[in-house]
Design a protein around this ligand. Structure first.
Ligand SMILES: [Zn+2]
Length: 154
């Protein structure tokens, strides 16, 4: 296997997943922690969670780690919230400017179709597209020499 950067041939490369995990806040790494010393680990985690719930995510994660983050699944919750507010806003507009009833019925039908389509899209993405993206991410490397990110196949 050729483990070097394809653009500058440097061997100083790192797997994206490694960069990502190394840059995560300590709370995350301890929660995944070892099985020995469970009680100590739990105390540590409890204290950590109690003291830093507010600033846990984000601030303590390194920039490199954020850049190397894995592809995310689409959220059903966000999709639903988006559809809900979309519906409310359109409905308010319709009620304010249109007297007749039928456009609202039409709106509801369109909205229902849109909802099914969007949920289906999210499902397709999460079950078909996302896994291959995750695999690609797992096989991706970052070159510490020139900053190139590249995929490593097999
Ligand atoms: Zn390079």
């Amino acid at each position: 296997m050729d483990f070097s950067c394809p653009s500058c041939k440097s061997a100083d490369i790192q797997q994206l997943s490694v960069i990502y995990e190394n840059g995560l806040p300590d709370i995350d790494t301890t929660s995944k922690g070892r099985s020995s010393g469970v009680s100590y680990g739990c105390k540590c985690m409890g204290a950590g969670l109690l003291t830093s719930t507010g600033e846990t995510s984000g601030s303590s994660q390194t920039l490199a780690s954020k850049k190397a983050a894995p592809p995310e699944k689409l959220s059903y919750l966000l999709t639903t919230v988006f559809l809900f507010f979309f519906f409310i806003i359109i409905r308010i507009i319709f009620e304010t400017f249109i007297e007749e009833r039928w456009p609202q019925t039409l709106l509801f039908i369109v909205w229902a179709i849109l909802t099914v389509a969007l949920v289906y899209f999210v499902f397709q993405y999460n079950t078909k597209t996302w896994p291959s993206k995750k695999v690609a991410w797992n096989n991706s490397f970052f070159c510490n020499h020139c900053g190139n990110t590249f995929g490593h196949t097999k």
